[in-house]
Design a protein around this ligand. Sequence first.
Ligand SMILES: O=C(O)CCC(=O)C(=O)O
Length: 302
Amino acid sequence: MVKNVVFETAIPDHDPGLYTTHGKFEPVDGWESFGPESRSQYDRDGFLVVRSAIPGEMITKALAELQTMCRADDPDCVNVAYEGPMRARIEGLLGTAVENADAEQLSAAIRAIPAEERAGFVRKFMGFTRTHKPLAVVANYRPLRNAIETLAGEPTRVFQAMALVKPPFGREKPWHQDHAYFDLPIESRICGVWIALGKVTPENGAMFMLRGGHTGGPIVHFKRRDWQICDTELAGKRPVALPMEPGDLVIFDAKIPHGTPKNTTNEQRWALQFHYVPRSVEKVAREQRLAIFGEDGKDVSC
Ligand SMILES: O=C(O)CCC(=O)C(=O)O
């Protein structure tokens, strides 16, 4: 059963200049090429792209599972988020704002939308490793877990699981640091992993990273198009786009600034994202996180 359904509100389009690519990055060609220099590269750049990291059969099964979840009446996960147009569609059926409807009315309205149409609005699923084995096996793929343990410097656990489906013409995920979303000690070495399940290009919403940006420490986040870094922070910076083939992935430090542009194509962009945290790390209070990443009490504006 889905515990939480989010109907996002539409956000304004971003300045295309926020996602221009500069320079090249050096990918690791398969796990056999992952070595001590990979850790130095990760520490220096804040990210590491690994080509052909997940076997093709695992990718095919994961993608099929996700496509089924997108069409299901009940995707059987903790959280599903639909993009802005779904809210408009549902409110048209309800004749009122989604906030005025109860769970039963919402569920009936969701089911009244043809599955194929509904699938085209899904942006994100969260919390599915207990219920969707073909996705859990990717998170636990041994060579990936070993690499994460090397980069984190100690054994880790999966802390968060997401499937990120950027729908046709789907919205930007503005620049941010993932650590700003986590109630975890600021010094902990959290690794994010973003895995391409289909071809990923700058046009359909590739990851853009600010190489080395993790070394600058936490940046204040503002509620604008999302909980994000101010666009002006990007002025004069040189982001790099990470195009990928299915089965490629990027491991990244949770403090590296990154974002994905709007999908300007009429096809979905399919990805999985997991975060791994050292087993020794324990949660901190939300206030502690907001004192670092929030704008309150700081003389900052955006
Ligand atoms: O996949 C995307 O479009 C954005 C992923 C991301 O950076 C995030 O959800 O933190």
